[in-house]
Design a protein around this ligand. Structure first.
Ligand code: SAH
Length: 370
């Protein structure tokens, strides 16, 4: 990579570099390559924010970093906690002014971070707040990784101050335990940057999170699902279904015109055959739209014999949208039908509903305020 002359704020964005590129950068600065690995560990394992913390790097390299490099890529704009205190949603501004959202959910001993893969989204699902802003741009690998690191720091700080929630005598729980790529954007439409980020997050030299702790959610881009199935990391795949037939699905997820249900399901079957891994299907229950017993039967038939799991999500109401969450009794009946057919199903809790912790909702509200 040719080195930029330092004009204005053209700093080298360290988190955008993978381990190899970071070594090359350090060599270009006249340092031995292993200093790059040290720097990589400072960034991803010790989640350092300043060169001053990197005490085992030579002073010359630290000065170089101070003058020419940038570590943090996210500026928090607002941070909102749900009433239960266990869901925290942060709106970040990126270097070019774009706004993205990241959510931390603490429950069941898990500390899950829901990250964005794009600023905005081009897919246009009719019930989704992010769709209303269109696609602004893809996030870089560094911007994807930085969302996890932000909450890693946040949790480590919280554990230090409160001793965590751990019972006496046990180490306090700290750090992010799971990552879901279910924030703004369609991750498989930003495949290259997403995978660079996932490799950095799972790299044993890097953030070293287990691949099985990460889930990527797609609207059902068939070529992306096929590509995903060939990857060597055991990252979980979730597919947003929301309807068991083309006519209904096309009204909710317009890209169904391009990738109809039969093709999406065929790709899912290829994925399971290739990886032997369970696939998750997301289904947001909307009152009177996709929540009848008949549709539950149709969904059961569609998924019959497939190694899968259904995640039912109560709809997060979006301002200006006619879609409403399903009634409790309809949700229960829907679950019952699926279970009756032996399909594993979980009803996802509605977390952070009071803080607009649904896809794109916080950004929409802040943007509306101006
Ligand atoms: N583009 C990816 C990730 C999007 S967000 C995808 O489509 O899967 C993750 C999930 O939240 C998707 O299943 C999406 O359809 C769902 N979602 C979006 N808006 C929602 C809302 N208002 N209420 C409930 N779920 C919503």
């Amino acid at each position: 990579m040719p080195q930029e002359t330092m004009t204005g704020n053209q700093a080298i964005r360290l988190l955008d570099l993978n381990r190899e590129a970071l070594r090359e950068q350090v060599v270009a600065w006249g340092q031995p390559a292993y200093r790059g690995d040290q720097l990589y560990r400072w960034l991803l394992q010790k989640v350092a924010l300043t060169p001053e913390e990197m005490t085992d790097l030579p002073a010359g390299l630290r000065a170089r970093l101070r003058e020419e490099a940038q570590i943090e890529l996210l500026a928090p704009v607002t941070e909102t906690a749900a009433r239960d205190g266990n869901t925290i949603k942060t709106l970040f501004r990126l270097d070019d002014g774009q706004l993205i959202e990241t959510v931390l959910m603490r429950y069941d001993r898990r500390r899950t971070v829901c990250i964005s893969s794009q600023a905005g989204c081009a897919i246009g699902c009719t019930f989704c707040a992010t769709a209303q802003m269109g696609l602004q741009r893809n996030l870089t690998a560094g911007e994807i990784v930085a969302q996890v690191l932000y909450f890693e720091r946040w949790l480590r700080q919280a554990a230090k101050h409160h001793g965590g929630d751990a019972p006496a005598g046990q180490a306090p729980a700290a750090g992010v335990s799971n990552v879901v790529v279910m924030g703004m954007g369609e991750p498989l439409a930003n495949y290259h940057q997403l995978w660079q980020a996932l490799r950095t997050l799972t790299d044993a030299q890097g953030y070293s999170m287990g691949a099985r702790k990460i889930t990527v959610s797609t609207v059902g881009l068939v070529p992306g699902i096929d590509r995903f199935a060939e990857e060597d990391l055991q990252i979980n795949l979730a597919v947003s279904l929301h309807a068991p037939n083309d006519a209904l699905r096309a009204t909710l997820v317009p890209i169904n015109h391009r990738y109809p249900l039969a093709e999406v399901m065929a790709a899912c079957r290829r994925y399971v055959a290739r990886t032997h891994r369970r696939i998750s299907f997301e289904y947001a229950l909307m009152r009177g739209i996709n929540d009848s017993r008949e549709l539950a039967e149709e969904l059961s038939a569609l998924l019959k014999g497939l190694l899968c799991h259904v995640n039912l999500i109560p709809l997060n109401p979006v301002a200006g949208s006619a879609y409403q969450p399903s009634r409790r009794e309809d949700v229960d009946a829907f679950v019952e039908v699926l279970q009756g057919h032996g399909i594993p199903v979980t009803l996802r809790m509605r977390r952070g509903i009071d803080i607009d912790a649904g896809c794109g909702q916080l950004r929409a509200r802040v943007a509306a305020r101006g």
